[in-house]
Design a protein around this ligand. Structure first.
Ligand code: ADP
Ligand code: MG
Length: 372
């Protein structure tokens, strides 16, 4: 039995590499305006490397405030930190409601919304499955089917009880646990951008381990947008397979290439189907979502990955302002109708099926909670 997993240090190194590549790539966007100043800071937070690039006059206080805010969000929402609000909710599952910080409450409420519109493909009560598989731990392994069924019995976003007046959260049954890993980084990116704008910085790039948010335009005078590279999910020659352009947009990727282990020649990644309890397997290797709000793009990228291309693209098409790029294991790429993606790596090929996916309400898709 062959086993491999990116250990924390390997994972950190990989993150560093991605961060450096992204920074180089973003810095290269400055060609033609080389006299312009920019200031970059990278720190490890939210279990990944976070880079914040600010343009214009140096103001270290803005960097410090942004990273302090990211740490604050993590201290409230990371279920691996025993004192976080999420850990306190989990410890009280089936016992009592817990009063949480307002922003935690509203993030859980938002997560429930994405669970609802994705028919449960995105589910913030995924915690028991994440622990069972332990993909990002030192000892991941493929569980027995009985263990998987047992974990599945605790996963249901309908069993999160929210009291908006009291700001309390209650998990209805013992054994349930929340995991906001698929949305919290996006929220942190939104908050980082809000702080940056409030500080008067009008052009910046925030990259929280692949959750990218661009502020303003690359060149205000010519209204030239930023170019964000779409990460190559294969270990190919090019770090990026294409370009997404935009100003004030967020670009978020969920993929199988960064957190996984291998057993018996099969790769098991960290994006779980709440329907069968296994890492989602549908031919996709990554889904990248662009939107105006990073928390939305984060949740939608995980949801669309788990749903697979047909249902996933229907969800994105039905969501105002969101677009997506789907990369498949045969190196084909599909995108939603409004996605501004330009392919750069010719070993991939863009499949056009424009018109085949009409704009329909996602509510028309009858997803059942199949695991219940
Ligand atoms: P990453 O964290 O690698 O950027 P995602 O945003 O897609 O990627 O989040 C993946 C994380 O979300 C997992 O590590 C796990 O904690 C959690 N997760 C896994 N499957 C689901 C799911 N179906 N719904 C909600 N959260 C999930
Ligand atoms: Mg996500």
């Amino acid at each position: 039995m062959q086993k491999h997993q990116p250990t924390n240090s390997v994972h950190r190194t990989m993150c560093l590499l991605y961060a450096l590549i992204t920074v180089l790539m973003l810095a290269s966007c400055l060609k033609g305006s080389s006299r312009e100043q920019y200031h970059s800071r990278t720190q490890f937070a939210m279990n990944t490397l976070c880079t914040v690039i600010l343009y214009g006059e140096a103001n270290p206080d803005v960097h410090t405030a942004v990273f302090a805010r990211i740490d604050e969000i993590e201290s409230r929402m990371n279920n691996f930190l025993p004192d976080s609000d999420i850990s306190r909710i989990n410890a009280a599952a089936g016992i009592q409601p817990i009063t949480v910080h307002e922003e935690v409450f509203f993030m859980i409420k938002r997560a429930k919304y994405f669970a609802e519109i994705s028919g449960g493909a995105f589910d913030p009560t995924i915690g028991p499955l994440v622990s069972l598989w332990g993909v990002t731990t030192e000892n991941p392994s493929v569980p027995e089917s009985g263990e998987i069924n047992n974990a599945l019995s605790f996963i249901n976003w309908n069993d999160i009880t929210l009291d908006e007046e009291a700001l309390t959260v209650f998990l209805n049954r013992r054994g349930m646990s929340l995991d906001l890993g698929a949305i919290a980084k996006g929220y942190a990116a939104d908050e980082a951008v809000a702080l940056i704008k409030a500080a008067g910085v009008d052009r910046a790039i925030v990259d929280l381990g692949g959750n990218v948010f661009t502020v303003g335009m690359k060149d205000v005078q010519t209204q030239t947008p930023w170019n964000v590279g779409l990460r190559n999910p294969f270990q190919g020659k090019s770090p990026h397979i294409g370009i997404i352009s935009g100003g004030d947009i967020t670009v978020v990727t969920s993929g199988v290439d960064q957190r996984y282990f291998e057993e018996g020649g099969v790769r098991y990644h960290h994006l779980f189907s709440p329907f069968d309890g296994y890492p989602a397997q549908n031919g996709l290797v990554s889904v990248t979502v662009t939107a105006a709000v990073s928390a939305d793009a984060d949740a939608l990228s995980t949801a669309a990955f788990v749903l697979g291309y047909e249902k996933g693209s229907a969800l994105i098409e039905s969501y105002d302002g969101a677009e997506a790029i789907f990369v498949f294991d045969d190196k084909s790429i599909r995108k939603t109708s409004g996605a501004s993606f330009v392919l750069r790596d010719e070993t991939f090929h863009l499949v056009s099926d424009e018109g085949s996916l009409p704009k329909v309400s996602f509510a028309l898709f009858p997803f059942a909670q199949q695991h219940l």
